[in-house]
Design a protein around this ligand. Structure first.
Ligand SMILES: *[C@@H]1O[C@H](CO)[C@@H](O)[C@H](O)[C@H]1NC(C)=O
Ligand SMILES: *[C@@H]1O[C@H](CO)[C@@H](O)[C@H](O)[C@H]1NC(C)=O
Ligand SMILES: *[C@@H]1O[C@H](CO)[C@@H](O)[C@H](O)[C@H]1NC(C)=O
Ligand SMILES: *[C@@H]1O[C@H](CO)[C@@H](O)[C@H](O)[C@H]1NC(C)=O
Ligand SMILES: *[C@@H]1O[C@H](CO)[C@@H](O)[C@H](O)[C@H]1NC(C)=O
Ligand SMILES: *[C@@H]1O[C@H](CO)[C@@H](O)[C@H](O)[C@H]1NC(C)=O
Length: 802
């Protein structure tokens, strides 16, 4: 199984099914020589790529000249005669004495030519190990290369834009369909207007856009693993390409696919196949102009579209129906006098530069003045990070703005022009929010204020390094006395459980306000300032699948975090209990799995902090009143000690049963060790059994082994928790969860998928999954409470879910 190469992977259509005869490949083609369609190929020095004739269909024609990976399944990365297929197996590729490479049919029709030329003799054609087809003259001067004429695939080292910028403006163009390499409707390229952006088009319309800012693409799923280095090359802030070679041995490619998604694949190092890593657009907010003009998209909000401050929906009716395309118009109107002002929005994708002016010798203050002077100027920004002398002004409507991440302090900011009245409103709103906050703060400390002698101060953690007061994030700092009172002096009765870093207590702050207090163990060695800073970072993380932090408490030895209280306890309370397990039917369980996956993906990729949880387990998944999953304890790993956030730690926190082998044995942790835990959690939710302390009459060592063996025999449905109503489950979802779970618990960290792939694989029935490899069952099961096997002793006729 492990060595089985014929693995079904996504997008099977990209792979050639037929007609690639194995044969001796030549290394070069010199002037006067030709390559004919008889199975011969031109091979790169290390046999990574081949150039030859192929048919993308199961029939032998039409024929194309192309370059593909030699590894099976063959993936075509470049096609010469996309628009002019050969209709018979009679193609001839020849290199002329003056270096013109031509593809002709036997009848002599020219189907494609490189149009290159040289005065010198002896040009040579060869294929590099990077997949570049190159014509050089005899002094090794480059005359032509396929990298300058990309098809639908971007390979490492390929420049999307030439440094001279003209005449080559390279774009990737999708195939028309899976088995038709002719020009499709989607394209992908770099545009350097006011902003440097990468843009996906559908025909003449924009479909997706990512801006280049401060050396990366905020919000574009980049830099996610060791094989991917979204290294950007640019000059003067202008983007040239963003995909440089990293290692010859790691094969990775980006493709504009025929249904309009931009995808990145990495070849599994053991040759098991291509693993999809990123896809964009990722979500609806990524769709170009999703919220219409002057709207802003926030994916975690419902509804996700809102008008910018100072704007109102053009059509209330359409907006109520979640159709935002008509966008927003200004309300109140600008008075176009000096009274107008600007509101800063931070951490957003800049609006598209449709009508803009870029001045590279203006300070941001001058920029503001200039914008104010022109009534048509609607916004301004410094488009190139930390460059004092760049001013980008937008005119007219602003389109395609989305919030990139909630932790956006360092994200790009743009100043939106608003009328003076709106500015006043904004100030008042801030004021009232502040008042509200103070009220809460006062409320929460009421007990203390009543019982204390002196004036106890409530103060707030303040965000460090902030320039403007209005941008401060305010996180209540609770004082110890409040917490002591609320938790009944940390009484055993109030204890909710024990987390990786200390016990958690239920706290009653004041009438009706219930919180959870996590009391950190004392030996953290972390200073108060560091602790505060960390909390501020972490409190910026907001996601519907993360437990919200409400405040902190630092006093003497004590360090505590105050969280929202989750009414429905933790997931383990339900799934490992025969009766309570009934409350979670399959659809709820699947929702919970998706929720956890999204939450973890957010921690790993979508927040700029890139947090590794290190202790993901069912008891760290809390359920709110609607049984939505929320990950807790995140960020604590990050908070505790700088040296521990390095890739290796001496103090292994975590829980046996959920720990990846490399972490348990070696202290080595990464996003992939979290993925391992995620896999265990998925399998536990599906089966209702614990991995650790697994004890079952059927004689399996642990849950992973059982899942693996059942899956191998195609009996994975037997893994399902027998205690919930089986008629309600969706078979593909269950099968998928088990397979994805097994992919996540694979022994080799590099073989485990990243979270975006996990979410993708779970959410769609259509994606074909890679085959998992056998996990290592390294845990010795320990004697423990009896785990239920595939039997259900409790029968309850009807249970009402909440
Ligand atoms: C293109 O990519 C998207 C997203 O990954 C996927 O759903 C779709 O099936 C792909 N299309 C093709 C033709 O492979
Ligand atoms: C070569 O020139 C022909 C005729 O001008 C043109 O149609 C073709 O696209 C050119 N080929 C390349 C690879 O630029
Ligand atoms: C290359 O060959 C093609 C086809 O014969 C021809 O149309 C084109 O003009 C040639 N280009 C050069 C630069 O020789
Ligand atoms: C840029 O701004 C400076 C200072 O205001 C001005 O002198 C210059 O003409 C502007 N350049 C362009 C291209 O608008
Ligand atoms: C503002 O836009 C209007 C309409 O497009 C145009 O007529 C006018 O000249 C512009 N004003 C300035 C100062 O650019
Ligand atoms: C700032 O912008 C100017 C003008 O575009 C450019 O020459 C300079 O290199 C930039 N500086 C940095 C640090 O990017």
């Amino acid at each position: 199984m492990d060595h089985h190469l014929a693995i079904k992977i996504l997008f099977a259509a990209l792979y050639l099914s037929t007609n690639l005869k194995q044969s001796n490949g030549a290394a070069t083609l010199s002037a006067g020589q030709s390559l004919v369609d008889d199975g011969h190929v031109l091979t790169s020095p290390s046999q990574i790529f081949e150039l030859g004739f192929f048919s993308p269909r199961s029939s032998s024609t039409p024929r194309f000249l192309g370059i593909w990976y030699t590894a099976t399944p063959h993936v075509v990365v470049w096609v010469a005669n996309r628009q002019h297929p050969l209709i018979a197996l009679n193609g001839v590729l020849s290199l002329s004495k003056n270096a013109n490479l031509t593809l002709t049919s036997a009848q002599g029709t020219t189907l494609w030519s490189s149009n290159s030329s040289t005065q010198l003799s002896n040009p040579l054609l060869h294929l590099t190990d990077y997949g570049n087809l190159v014509i050089e003259d005899n002094s090794k001067i480059l005359l032509w290369q396929s990298f300058d004429n990309p098809s639908d695939t971007l390979l490492p080292g390929m420049k999307l834009l030439q440094e001279t910028e003209t005449p080559n403006v390279n774009v990737l163009t999708s195939w028309k369909s899976d088995n038709d390499p002719s020009l499709g409707e989607f394209s992908f390229g770099i545009v350097n207007g006011g902003l440097s952006q990468i843009i996906t088009m559908k025909g003449k319309e924009r479909r997706y856009r990512a801006i280049y800012w401060d050396g990366h693409f905020p919000g574009f799923p980049d830099s996610v693993d060791a094989t991917w280095n979204a290294e950007v090359s640019s000059t003067g802030g202008k983007l040239l390409s963003f995909f440089q070679p990293l290692k010859k041995s790691v094969h990775t490619r980006l493709i504009m696919n025929s249904s309009g998604s931009f995808q990145r694949f990495v070849m599994d190092e053991r040759g098991a196949g291509w693993i999809p890593m990123i896809t964009s657009p990722r979500d609806s907010c990524d769709n170009y102009g999703w919220c219409g003009v002057n709207g802003v998209c926030r994916i975690y909000k419902t509804p996700e579209c809102e008008c910018l401050r100072g704007f109102k929906p053009k059509s209330d009716k359409e907006w109520r129906l979640f159709d935002w395309r008509s966008g927003c118009s200004r309300n109140p109107p600008l008075d176009c006098q000096k009274e107008d002002g600007f509101l800063k929005i931070q951490g957003v994708k800049f609006p598209d530069s449709l009508s803009f002016q870029l001045n590279t010798s203006m300070s941001i203050e001058e920029c503001r003045d200039q914008c104010l002077k022109n009534c048509n100027c609607t916004a301004y920004a410094d488009p190139y990070f930390r460059n004092e002398t760049n001013c980008l002004m937008w005119f007219g409507d602003l389109i395609d703005i989305r919030e990139q991440a909630v932790d956006t302090r360092d994200g790009p900011s743009v100043y939106i022009r608003v009328a003076a009245t709106e500015l006043d409103l904004a100030k008042k709103a801030k004021g009232s929010a502040k008042t509200k906050f103070i009220l809460i703060a006062v409320f929460t400390t009421m007990l203390v204020l009543v019982s204390c002698l002196g004036g106890l101060l409530t103060w707030r953690c303040r965000k460090q390094g902030y320039r403007k007061a209005s941008e401060e994030l305010e996180l209540p700092l609770f004082d110890l006395a409040t917490i002591v009172a609320a938790t009944n002096n940390f009484s055993g009765e109030n204890m909710l459980g024990e987390g990786g870093f200390g016990p958690v207590y239920k706290g009653n702050l004041s009438a009706g306000k219930v919180v959870a207090v996590k009391r950190m163990s004392r030996y953290s060695g972390q200073g108060d300032e560091e602790f505060k800073n960390e909390i501020i970072l972490i409190s910026n993380l907001q996601h519907r699948n993360l437990v919200r932090i409400l405040g902190c408490c630092i006093e003497g030895e004590e360090k505590m975090l105050v969280y929202e209280y989750m009414l429905n306890k933790s997931l383990d309370y339900y799934i490992f209990d025969q009766e309570r397990g009934l409350l979670l039917d399959w659809s709820k369980r699947f929702e919970i799995i998706m929720g956890i996956a999204r939450g973890l993906m957010y921690l790993h990729h979508d927040s700029r902090l890139k947090i590794i949880h290190r202790d993901l387990k069912t008891s760290n998944i809390l359920l709110d009143e609607s049984l939505n999953a929320k990950i807790s304890d995140f960020g604590i790993a990050r908070m505790f000690g700088g040296d521990q956030t390095a890739a290796r730690t001496k103090r292994v926190v975590g829980t046996y049963g959920y720990m990846a082998p490399e972490y348990a044995f070696d202290g080595k942790f990464s996003m992939k060790s979290d993925v391992f835990s995620m896999g265990v959690v998925i399998l536990e939710i599906v089966s209702g059994k614990r991995n650790r302390g697994f004890k079952c009459a059927l004689g399996y060592q642990n849950l992973l082994e059982q899942a693996w063996l059942l899956w191998k025999e195609n009996r994975e449905l037997e893994l399902m928790d027998p205690c919930y109503n089986k008629s309600s489950y969706v078979e593909w979802q269950v099968r998928r969860c088990i397979q994805v779970g097994l992919l996540c618990v694979q022994n080799a960290a590099e073989e485990r998928p990243m979270m975006p792939s996990v979410v993708l694989m779970l959410s769609s029935e259509d994606t074909v999954l890679p085959q998992p490899k056998r996990p290592v069952f390294f845990m010795q099961s320990e004697p423990s409470n009896e785990n239920k096997c595939n039997s259900c002793t409790v029968t309850i006729s009807e249970v009402q879910g909440r």
